[in-house]
Design a protein around this ligand. Sequence first.
Ligand code: DOR
Length: 444
Amino acid sequence: MSQKFDTILKSGTVVNQDGEGVRDIGIAGDRIAAVGSLGSAGAGQIIDCKGLHILPGVIDTQVHFREPGQTHKEDLETGSRSAVMGGVTAVFEMPNTDPLTITEQTFADKVKRGRHRMHGDFAFFIGGTRENVQDLADLERAPGCAGVKVFIGSSTGALLVEDDESLRRIFKVIHRRAAFHAEDEYRLNQRKHLRIEGDPHSHPVWRDEVAALMATQRLVSLAHETGKRIHVLHISTKEEIEFLRDHKDVASCEATPHHLTMAAPECYERLGTRAQMNPPVRDAGHRDGIWRGIEQGIIDVLGSDHAPHTLEEKAKAYPASPSGMTGVQTLVPLMLDHVNAGKLSLARLVDLTSAGPARLFNIAMKGRIAAGYDADFTIVDLKRVETITNKWIASRAGWTPYDGVKVTGWPVGTFVRGRRVMWQGELVTPSTGEPIRFLETLKQ
Ligand code: DOR
């Protein structure tokens, strides 16, 4: 080939729709120009990737980056820095900021804040409420919008639509797949007295598996009734997996690394309120059930649910302690460790972190290593043994529940639209994050 490229990634093991094999990747501008054997083709730079695996850029479909309003915990710059340091090339960010992301203005403000300040590409969810329901059909098509997100059980922030009638109104007006935090608010309220002051072990007792299953069942029934698609975020129970297996026509779902890695009671004994999340981490039976959902193809995507709070906030006595932990930077290393332990194949990981998000959310030009697609790559050393530490975490919150955990498999490079953003643990290129384009938001 006599073509000249800006960059050639030489002799990496490429994992894509074609399987796994040693190939070169030629990059021109933002895009992949060629994949294969590029022989002696010229390039501005040639990067030797021998011995490394090149995955399509990992897309984390659930993060909370806290800007505007709670930037003492995180902001769009620090959250996205944490993402690229961990090999994540693009994120979908959640609307429970302050002010809430529920209007054209608050949405446009976030896109403006993110552009060329975030280190990777980004999309924002628009929060669905009783008040903005009449605007949602327009709002969900704004450039950079990942779709509508609804909390049907309350968590961090003020977003909540708990009743079927209001949910039905939202379902009727929207066209895209909407994402849901599925815990039944009525049941959560009835069971609040089960929280034990100072004891986070009672968190999954209060927010039990029935609350999660009830909410997911209600959403599936509304989706069937209105003919709409739903995405159930952070599945925490084996019962939801079994139920969703029979509703894949309308429902997609997400698993998180913490629900796949931690289990009660051990996590609460060891980490206290640092393990407190909504929906909660439950016992090993649920963790195994979610792994079955990965094995059986029922889970469509992984999201970290990166939800930073400061250590001071987390140190409050339960239940005054906020729910949430960092996760965007540890998603890739933890999941590579699971690959090395034989829990899933590398191909399945790619399906969950790039092809899956692209398929569910109709992402334009991401999710594959193919000519014409954005040159987004997560480059990993499958054999590298590292210890995750708080010091490594670039999030403003500055901590991880996996501090001291040894893993095999490590992200060594992050490419975003042709630019080498992270290499061997260093941030090497200034931020150039752009809104992700979706088939429904192609107008720029
Ligand atoms: O634990 C959680 N924390 N779950 C959520 O749904 C929200 C998140 C947050 O924003 O802190």
